[in-house]
Write a protein that binds this ligand. Structure first.
Ligand code: SAH
Length: 225
């Protein structure tokens, strides 16, 4: 079973949106498991402090290496083979290919940063792999963790059935997906392209491929190598 362990200062945020729809049903059916650990349980003093001011000065606060490491060491069993990810705008951008790899494995350990981030030494010392969900900055790693988990969970066997077994979705074949239509046949003067109603599957396939290529060229030239 795909097992996700989340290290966060805000465990109440989970499962959040992951508790609804496909991922929520799959969670209830035991297709995947979600566990949260509050980093603050290992905080120091009366206020259970987890952060301190940045060495060298500057704004914000940094999550302490010793406290995050204590939380990880207490929460991850010896010999646990799951990748240990740190959500971070500095990380390697998440791709559908990486999502597929993760979904095929035993699960993930995810550390959610807050404030300015975490002490560099715990990233090195606990072998955390930094993963970004895009070139913008959010206030915490919880939403990025949910993004990553949602992308993985929908690929688990039995979650979406044959819907994603094909390789036609955006990014799966290096292209954006072709446009979709459904009833009614005409809406506000706009008709469904004739070819999609022709019943000629070879032609439909060709049209979809051409549309995929056109959209990718127009919107995401970077995907075309
Ligand atoms: N000072 C950091 C940003 C900290 S944002 C910097 O300039 O790189 C606070 C936390 O939010 C981060 O530790 C990370 O866990 C999360 N976060 C913010 N943006 C993210 C993104 N694009 N991808 C993944 N995690 C992100």
């Amino acid at each position: 079973m795909f097992h996700a362990s989340i290290f966060t200062l805000y465990p109440d945020m989970f499962p959040g949106p992951l508790g609804a729809s496909l991922s929520g049903d799959a969670l209830a059916r035991g297709v995947w498991a979600l566990e949260t650990r509050n980093i603050r349980d290992h905080g120091q003093g009366r206020h259970r402090a987890v952060d301190d001011t940045p060495a060298g000065g500057g704004p914000g606060m940094v999550i302490r290496a010793d406290i995050l490491a204590a939380s990880l060491d207490a929460g991850i069993p010896d010999g646990d083979a799951r990748p240990r990810l740190l959500m971070s705008p500095r990380g390697r951008p998440l791709t559908q290919a990486r999502v597929r790899e993760l979904a095929a494995g035993p699960g993930v350990v995810i550390v959610c940063g807050r404030f300015e981030g975490v002490d560099e030494r715990v990233i090195e010392g606990r072998g955390l792999e930094e993963v970004s969900i895009g070139d913008y900055v959010l206030s915490g790693g919880e939403i990025p963790a949910m993004v990553l988990l949602d992308a993985c969970v929908r690929l688990l066997p039995g979650v979406m059935g044959k819907l994603v077994s094909g390789s036609e979705e955006s990014f799966e074949n290096g292209l954006l997906e072709y446009p979709h239509y459904t009833r009614p046949r005409e809406w506000e003067g706009r008709a469904i392209p004739d070819i999609l109603l022709s019943g000629d599957h070879a032609k439909i396939e060709k049209w979809r491929r051409a549309e995929s290529e056109r959209l990718t060229r127009e919107r995401r030239r970077d995907l075309l190598k």
